[in-house]
Ligand binder design. Structure first.
Ligand SMILES: Nc1ncnc2c1ncn2[C@@H]1O[C@H](COP(=O)(O)OP(=O)(O)O)[C@@H](O)[C@H]1O
Ligand SMILES: [Mg+2]
Length: 242
């Protein structure tokens, strides 16, 4: 049986009955502000601090300073030190977008991961990555190849998928071929802010709970509440319907 990799979010690991399958590629989808980048940061941070596993954060969206700042804002005070010590390596927007030629940018990523002992990777985001391809077929073929390269290098990866304002966004359709797993982050507006939810729609080879669970973002990052565990503000009728 394959080993399971902890996501760094306890409640989510429970939903996944332990974590995500080693060397799988999991799509993390959601609208802007739903917590996808925070989740990626938490996955890499806890990978180092709790499992001594090195990680790579590839960002087409943000600069290294933004990522360090986001980690500090949720209380991961030594995140910067881990980056300094190359326990976590960040390839940020400036580095990735400096190359006008896409294959050179990807070569930079491959140079980083090949022959190194990384275990975890976050790509933030795939949506940006896809813009380099005009043809749908070419894009899909490339993404499959890319996913295989990540696996071949022993990486368990989160590929972040930035969705539009409407949920579900069927336009991307990556789920159909990047199918190791699908995690959605959802937010619904309320008078006092937002309600946040996580939904594991699919996880290949794993027995998962496909209900939608409430979550919060705060100090320590993302916390997912088990419905049975007395998240008393929630009742069936308050749940979002899609
Ligand atoms: N320290 C914090 N405490 C509470 N909420 C936070 C904190 N840091 C970030 N957030 C929330 O997380 C959201 C951003 O999450 P982020 O991971 O950047 O979203 P995404 O990558 O999906 O666009 C912010 O809109 C904010 O509401
Ligand atoms: Mg983000």
């Amino acid at each position: 049986m394959s080993e399971l990799v902890s996501t760094g979010v306890e409640g989510l690991d429970s939903i996944l009955t332990g974590g995500i399958t080693e060397q799988s590629t999991v799509l993390v989808s959601g609208n802007p502000g739903t917590g996808k980048s925070i989740f990626g940061i938490q996955y890499l941070y806890t990978g180092v601090t709790e499992h001594d596993e090195r990680g790579v954060y590839v960002s087409f969206e943000e600069d290294e300073a933004d990522i360090r700042g986001a980690a500090e804002s949720i209380g991961f005070d030594d995140f910067g030190e881990l980056v300094d010590d190359e326990r976590i390596v960040i390839l940020d927007k400036r580095q990735m977008l400096r190359e006008t030629d896409f294959s050179t940018a990807v070569d930079k990523l491959l140079d980083t991961i090949e022959g190194e002992d990384f275990d975890r990777l976050v790509l933030d985001s795939l949506s940006m990555f896809q813009l380099f391809f005009e043809d749908e077929q070419e894009k899909r073929t490339y993404l499959l190849k890319f996913s295989d390269i990540l696996k071949a290098n022993g990486l368990t990866s989160l590929l972040i998928n930035e969705q539009g304002a409407v949920f579900p966004d069927t336009e991307v359709g990556l789920e159909n071929f990047l199918t190791d797993g699908n995690i959605y982050f959802i937010q619904t507006p309320t008078d006092s802010g937002v309600n946040r939810y996580v939904w594991v729609a699919k996880m290949r080879k794993q027995d998962i709970d496909t209900d939608i669970f409430p979550m919060e973002i705060g100090q320590g990052g993302i916390t997912v509440h088990e419905r049975a565990g007395g998240f008393s503000m929630m009742s069936r009728s308050d749940e979002p319907s899609f």
